[in-house]
Design a protein. Structure first.
Length: 218
């Protein structure tokens, strides 16, 4: 029996490599060659901790290869866009995420039925779950993903991400200083991947800012 890879060791190795954020984003934007094995695959969206999208892609690939599941994962995509910035009087082109908090993964249908794959993804550092319920991920429409790819290539305007939250919706905070507080969504910021939730603290309604992955629907 071989030892299971340690995600913490992988994350530490990546840090020691000294990659810059720009190098990480470049790697995240690259696509993985999908296997030609006749298995029907769908795109799923994974909730990612803020700023961890590129590392999640890297760790998923490493863990999948070590666990013998590399050919099961069809593709991994962190949607990026090029932006122009003026630094020191010079125009520079850089990449940035335009769906912060999400990583798109192409997997066989019903990934929850593959115990090894399910365990690998759910236990990858920075992953908090799938879009959908906790036990049954909901696949994205192929047209939505195609729109994202075309936008990345500059072929169309940026598509609106499929967000499961709506203004006024009641949610429970599941992580952070306000864990277990229940409130209503007051504001949704798609660009930053964050929500403002009105919760009652000391008998007064208070606005609390959280990331998408830090709340769940009631």
């Amino acid at each position: 029996m071989t030892d299971e890879p340690n995600p913490i060791d992988i994350a530490a190795a990546a840090a020691e490599a000294g990659e810059s954020e720009e190098q990480s984003l470049d790697a995240a934007a690259e696509t993985v060659a999908p296997p030609d094995d006749g298995i029907k695959r769908r795109w799923y969206a994974i909730h990612a901790h803020s700023g961890q999208e590129a590392n999640i892609k890297k760790n998923l690939l490493v863990l999948a290869e070590q666990g013998g599941l590399k050919d099961v994962i069809g593709d991994i995509l962190v949607p990026m866009e090029e932006v122009a910035e003026i630094k020191s009087g010079e125009k520079k082109i850089s990449k940035r995420k335009f769906f912060p908090g999400y990583v798109l993964v192409k997997l066989p249908e019903h990934p929850e039925r593959n115990a090894d794959l399910w365990h690998l993804i759910k236990n990858t550092p920075g992953v908090s779950g799938f879009i959908g319920s906790r036990t049954v991920p909901v696949p994205l429409d192929d047209s939505e993903v195609q729109a994202i790819v075309e936008e990345m290539r500059g072929e169309r305007e940026r598509p609106k991400p499929k967000v499961k939250f709506e203004q006024g919706e009641r949610v429970k905070i599941i992580d952070g200083a306000f864990s277990n507080f229940i409130g209503n969504i007051d504001e949704i910021n798609l660009e930053r991947g964050k929500l403002k939730v009105m919760v009652e603290i000391f008998e007064r309604l208070t606005s609390v800012e959280v990331e998408f992955w830090q709340v769940e629907k009631i």
